[in-house]
Structures are given as structure tokens and as C-alpha cells.
Design a protein around this ligand. Structure first.
Ligand SMILES: Nc1ncnc2c1ncn2[C@@H]1O[C@H](COP(=O)(O)OP(=O)(O)OP(=O)(O)O)[C@@H](O)[C@H]1O
Length: 330
């Protein structure tokens, strides 16, 4: 699947901006995908994930910036010859049988996987003779992802691959993707689910409102997500002590005067407050949400003003309504 002399980057995105009328779907995004990586693009609804994939697979053009796919222009079919892709929704010819569709797609590639292997890998062997119009939503999804891998692509782009799948099907699909990756394949997948990214990805790019908020190894991102939210009251004279709390990543004061702290270790933070004789009251501790972790990832340039608590709370509320936090709480 890979060649020893091939360049290390299969995708290069440089300062890419893409607008839809007044909406800036991607705002000066830069990232590279190395050969053999399994990269998770994580972000809430409308973050820009699908737009980014559509630029990488050549369906859309950036307004500014450049995208290279295997070193070439993604809009050139030759650049896409080694690419497999599955959009969020796939149209399958309803009267063709499952095995016929796999055969049909396989004939477009020089060295496809045998149809039986694709069917086996995605748990579709018993459905080989079923017309695709008679498949359930989850079965169609598995077939669509099987089709993306049929040509043994070097890179596969998967937009929310397991949406609509039950737990068993989701795990079977993860196994198939791990096996493809173990054979040298490169995967970029988008997900709302931290759990999914956690199960598969080695590197995670967090996107929100068209911007890359974080791009790091999975373990580094998970450390950031394992935040705790502490809410407490302190007298004005003791507010400055809050800045010395260990593991503090964010401090805001809400409209009712409560102090909201995001900390990496709430036990250590409470011990420090007690040791410093800070007369706090009304303390509550909760797991920070994934959205809160996203927000703390926003890098504020030195000297810039932090967003106000009201603005931040509104952003959290907005994100909370759209992102699945399954698995986000420690
Ligand atoms: N064809 C389009 N016309 C107008 N606006 C669009 C179009 N495609 C995307 N957008 C807007 O661009 C922004 C980014 O959308 P995009 O679909 O890339 O986000 P996403 O992260 O993939 O979201 P989701 O997780 O819901 O699929 C959103 O505000 C969306 O409404």
C-alpha cells in the first residue's frame, strides 16, 4: 500500500479559507497528514470538518490557500486515484445486489480487494445477494465504508463513519479500520464522538468555527479533556489566591459573583485552597464537558482580552446543544 520512496505527507493544507456567503466555514486552516497516520478530526456541528474533507477530496475549491493531495491538485483525477472516501450520506443503486456493487467499484481499481474479503470485513457476507435498497441504514453505512476501502486506497477520508450504527456494528467497523491501518493505510475520520476518536486515532485535530483549536497526540488531547469544573464563592480579598491553584487552566467570574475554575486535578486544587486558608463556600465540582475542553483550547494571543464570561457561557450552551459528550467525562 505504501512505497519506500513516497513523500511523507499525503495531504498538505496551507492557510486555507473557505466561505459560504457570509459563513466562514474554514478560516486560515493549515495542517498536514503524514503517510500511515490515523487522524481524528473532532468538532461540534458546523465546525468545518466536512468542508475540510470536501476540499481534500477535490469536490470543492478553497477561496484562498492551497491543498495538495499526494503532492498534486485534489481536483486532478490523477491525484485522487489513491483516495477512498465516504461522505456522511451515500447514494447506492437500490436494485443492485450488495456483491454486485462491490464488484462494480472493484473494477475501477488496478489491485482491488477480493469482493468476498470486503464483505467479510464488514459483516456483509450473508447479505451478498440482497438488493441495496433492502438494506438497513446501518448495513448501508457498512457497505459504503467497505466500498471506500475496496480499491486498497492509500488514504481514506471518512465523514462520521459510525453514525447510525449500533454498538456491535460500530466495534466491527473500528476493527476493520484498524486492520486497514495496520496494513499501512492512512485514515482521516471526522467524529462528534470523543469515544470514537479515542478508540481509533493517534493524532487529534480539534476544529471549531472553522479554526484548528488543537492538533496533538491523542494522549495530550485527552489530558486536556480530563478537566474538572470547580464553582465556588470567595471574599474579594481572597480572589488573588485562586490564581495559585495547581493545574488551573481557566478562571472566570460569573454574573452572580461565583468563580468558575477549570482544573486538571480537583482534589489537589481543594487541598491547596484549604492549605492557603482561603475561606471558600458553596463549592461544587463537576466534570468539564468536551465543549469546555474545546474552549480552553482556544489560544488567546498575548495581550488580547479573554472572551467575557457571558460570551463564553453562550458559546458553551451553543456547543452543548450540538456535540455528543459521550465518554467525555472522566
Ligand atoms: N453548501 C453550503 N452552503 C452554505 N453553508 C454551508 C455549506 N456547507 C457548509 N456550510 C456552512 O459552513 C459551516 C461548516 O460546515 P461543515 O458542514 O463543514 O461543518 P461540520 O463540522 O462538518 O458539521 P457536522 O458535524 O454537522 O457535519 C457551517 O456553518 C455550515 O452551515
Amino acid at each position: 500500500m505504501t512505497s519506500a520512496t513516497a513523500p511523507p505527507h499525503v495531504v498538505e493544507v496551507e492557510h486555507v479559507t473557505r466561505r459560504f456567503d457570509a459563513t466562514v466555514a474554514l478560516d486560515d486552516v493549515s495542517l498536514t497528514v503524514r503517510r500511515g497516520e490515523l487522524l481524528g478530526l473532532l468538532g461540534p456541528n458546523g465546525a468545518g470538518k466536512t468542508t475540510l474533507l470536501s476540499l481534500i477530496n477535490g469536490l470543492r475549491k478553497p477561496d484562498s490557500g492551497t491543498i495538495r493531495l499526494f503532492g498534486g491538485d485534489p481536483r486532478d483525477p490523477a491525484s485522487r486515484a489513491r483516495l477512498g472516501t465516504t461522505p456522511q450520506e451515500t447514494g447506492l443503486p437500490p436494485t443492485l445486489r450488495v456483491a454486485e456493487v462491490v464488484d462494480f467499484v472493484a473494477r475501477h481499481y488496478p489491485d482491488p480487494m477480493p469482493t468476498a474479503e470486503v464483505l467479510e470485513m464488514f459483516g456483509l457476507t450473508d447479505l451478498a445477494r440482497r438488493q441495496t435498497g433492502g438494506l438497513s441504514g446501518g448495513q448501508k453505512r457498512r457497505l459504503a465504508i467497505g466500498l471506500a476501502l475496496t480499491g486498497r486506497p492509500e488514504l481514506v477520508l471518512l465523514d462520521e463513519p459510525t453514525t447510525g450504527l449500533d454498538v456491535d456494528a460500530r466495534h466491527a467497523l473500528w476493527d476493520a479500520l484498524r486492520s486497514y491501518h495496520a496494513q499501512g493505510g492512512t485514515i482521516v475520520l471526522t467524529s462528534h464522538y470523543l469515544e470514537e476518536v479515542q478508540a481509533l486515532a493517534q493524532r487529534v485535530v480539534v476544529v471549531d468555527r472553522g479554526q484548528v483549536l488543537a492538533d496533538d497526540r491523542l494522549d495530550v488531547i485527552l489530558d486536556r479533556v480530563a478537566l474538572r469544573r470547580m464553582s465556588l464563592r470567595v471574599p474579594d480579598a481572597a480572589v488573588s489566591s485562586l490564581a495559585t491553584v495547581p493545574g488551573l487552566t481557566q478562571h472566570e467570574t460569573s454574573a452572580d459573583g461565583r468563580h468558575e475554575l477549570l482544573v486538571s486535578d480537583a482534589d489537589a486544587a481543594v487541598r491547596a485552597l484549604v492549605a492557603a486558608d482561603v475561606p471558600f463556600e458553596g463549592l461544587t465540582i463537576a466534570g468539564a464537558t468536551l465543549e469546555e475542553a474545546f474552549l480552553t483550547m482556544t489560544r488567546t494571543p498575548p495581550g488580547a482580552t479573554q472572551p467575557g464570561a457571558t460570551q463564553q457561557a453562550a458559546a458553551v450552551d451553543q456547543a452543548r446543544s450540538t456535540v455528543t459528550t459521550e465518554g467525555a467525562r472522566p
